[in-house]
Design a protein. Structure first.
Length: 530
């Protein structure tokens, strides 16, 4: 029977564990010196070795070898591997989460090990226990018999009661660095005699996102059915074939608020046998790609895709607002999170689609329609003067917003603000800049970036100048033109046209890290830049 790679290659000794050196070191020492704790909490990202390490610790505690333990060879190590060792008890808290299950466990704790040295209870996904079950467990955790070790494992330590945490030695499993993943996978490929190019492994590792299980699972699917060397193109083809086109289409339906069409489309994909949870993760990844492509000059380095796919994503990113992407990531992540334990993940996904469709474009409408000022037609040849440095002394005849703004503006403009005009030149630029953002606060996340890395440098009768510290900010300023013009107008008594310039020589490159930090800031998610 065929077994998935990640089942086939579960480390049998500490030596084979990828990454997690900090944890391996501690456990090896404790086993060697007989100073293990009576309760452990293993937490961290999925697929990084929690269950694997729990079994290694169970083996180490019962291993018969005189050398390094676990040896992986002795009768006890083998029995534990097979799952036939009576004194290592694995409990899946996701399906045994009631107080009765814990009572049963407490009963069995009373009996000393039958064949081994230590009775080891591995409680996986421990955050799934009910409150009563936790309380029942607490008593046992407080004073377990000498011959018992508890290993609790979870991806969500924050859901555990403090009382439980405080009784365990906590070990945090980290995402495995790509380089470590690559060499680990290369090792496995060598053992099973399959030739996979370094580039192919690199792409797989990048897509595994720190999870060894995910890495092996992608590798598995890329090598299946191939008798020749696996190249980068094969991996890209596999990753692409798992539905990039579908995500582009679905995201587009959401953007256009076509709820029914989107639900039917999803129905079609799922009836092809695609896993709902995997689909959610892949869709989130699509939104991440949109984010990268929108904000990075060379997204190729972080988006592992063929140039063609990147181009398609770029086209979609250009019609989506940061808010749309932000919302997609947040909504889907929270659904994916809940779906892990739900028996009805599909309903959650459908609900997410409905919510995304309802929310699509709302903020855009607010800023683009509500804050529209009367549009003065731009003279020919003067369209979108965004890239140019503006002259120091603009004239009253300057065009208003660029022509694109006019084209985007379907609704009639509201009346101008009625504030009494102050005399030009008497304005305190800094003061007005601050007021603008106090007003704009809460409207859009990007506002914070503009406030911090842009300045209002001068205000004239019909125009005002904004200097952006970098190109990224300049683009944001430009995107929020109507809002900013409206707000500056409000505080200076009458509409003024904004001119945007770049600080310095105007050619300043924004470091990718700065963009990532800014994006992380407003999105509340981590954006990695290599
Ligand atoms: N650190 C690692 N080193 C080597 N292989 C690993 C590692 N982590 C995971 N694997 C591989 O992935 C498979 C699953 O790992 P494991 O069950 O230990 O993950 P986990 O952290 O318990 O995940 P989950 O949170 O989903 O329960 C293993 O069989 C092994 O092949
Ligand atoms: Mg596990
Ligand atoms: Zn052994």
């Amino acid at each position: 029977m065929y077994r998935a790679l990640y089942r086939q290659y579960r480390p049998e000794t500490f030596h084979e564990v990828l990454g997690q050196d900090h944890i391996v070191r501690i456990l090896k020492n404790q086993i060697a010196s007989g100073s293990t704790s009576h309760a452990y909490l293993f937490c961290g990202t999925r697929g990084t070795g929690k269950t694997t390490t729990a079994r290694l610790l169970a083996k180490g505690l019962n291993c018969l070898s005189d050398g390094e333990r676990p040896c992986g060879e002795c009768a006890n190590c083998k029995a534990i591997k097979e799952g036939s060792f009576l004194d290592v008890i694995e409990i899946d808290a996701a399906s045994n989460n009631g107080v009765d299950d814990v009572r049963e466990l407490r009963e069995s704790v009373k009996y000393p090990p039958s064949t081994g040295r230590m009775k080891v209870y591995i409680i996986d996904e421990v955050h799934m226990l009910s409150t009563e079950a936790f309380n029942a467990l607490l008593k046992t955790l407080e004073e377990p018999p000498e011959y018992v070790t508890f290993i609790l494992a979870t991806t969500e330590a924050h859901k555990l009661p403090a009382t439980v945490m405080s009784r365990c030695m906590r070990l945090d499993f980290k995402r495995v660095p790509e380089a470590v993943l690559i060499s680990g996978m290369a090792d496995i490929c060598g053992r099973i005699g399959i030739d996979v190019s370094e580039d192919a492994l690199r792409i797989i590792a990048a897509n595994a996102d720190g999870s060894v299980r995910d890495g092996l699972s992608i590798l598995d699917q890329c090598i299946s059915g191939r008798d020749r060397r696996v190249e980068a193109e094969d991996v890209l083809e596999f990753l692409g074939a798992s539905g990039d086109g579908d995500f582009i289409e679905l995201t587009d339906m959401v953007r256009k608020k076509r709820t029914e069409e989107a639900i039917l489309f999803l129905n079609g994909i799922l009836s092809d046998g695609k896993d709902v949870r995997q689909f959610m993760r892949d869709w989130i990844n699509h939104y991440r790609n949109l984010l990268m492509v929108k904000f990075m000059r060379n997204p190729e380095t972080v988006v592992n895709m063929s140039a063609e796919n990147i181009e398609r994503i770029r086209r979609q990113a250009s019609v989506l607002d940061l808010e749309d992407i932000n919302r997609g990531i947040l909504e889907l992540s929270s659904m994916a999170d809940e779906a892990r334990w739900s028996t009805q993940p599909r309903i959650l996904l459908e609900l997410a689609i409905v919510r995304l469709c309802m929310a699509a474009g709302e903020i855009r409408e607010l800023t683009e329609v509500e804050f529209t000022e009367p549009v003065i037609p731009a003279p020919a040849g003067q369209n979108a003067p965004v890239q140019e440095r503006v002259p120091a002394a603009p004239t009253a005849a300057e065009p208003a917003a660029p022509a694109k703004a006019a084209a985007d503006t379907p609704a009639a403009a509201p009346a101008r603000p009625k504030t009494a005009p102050e005399s030009a030149g008497a304005f305190d630029c800094e003061d007005i800049w601050n007021k603008v953002f106090e007003d704009g606060e809460g409207e859009k996340g990007s506002i914070y970036i503009i406030r911090n890395s842009g300045q209002l440098t001068s205000i004239d009768e019909n125009t005002f100048n904004v200097t952006a510290n970098n190109e990224f900010t300049r683009d944001l300023v430009e995107k929020n033109r109507k809002l900013i013009e409206h707000l500056v107008g409000k505080h200076t008594g009458g509409h003024k046209t904004m001119k945007v310039s770049l600080a310095g020589n105007g050619k300043k490159e924004v470091p990718a890290e700065e963009i990532a930090a800014a994006a992380s800031d407003i999105l509340g998610i981590k954006v990695d830049v290599k």
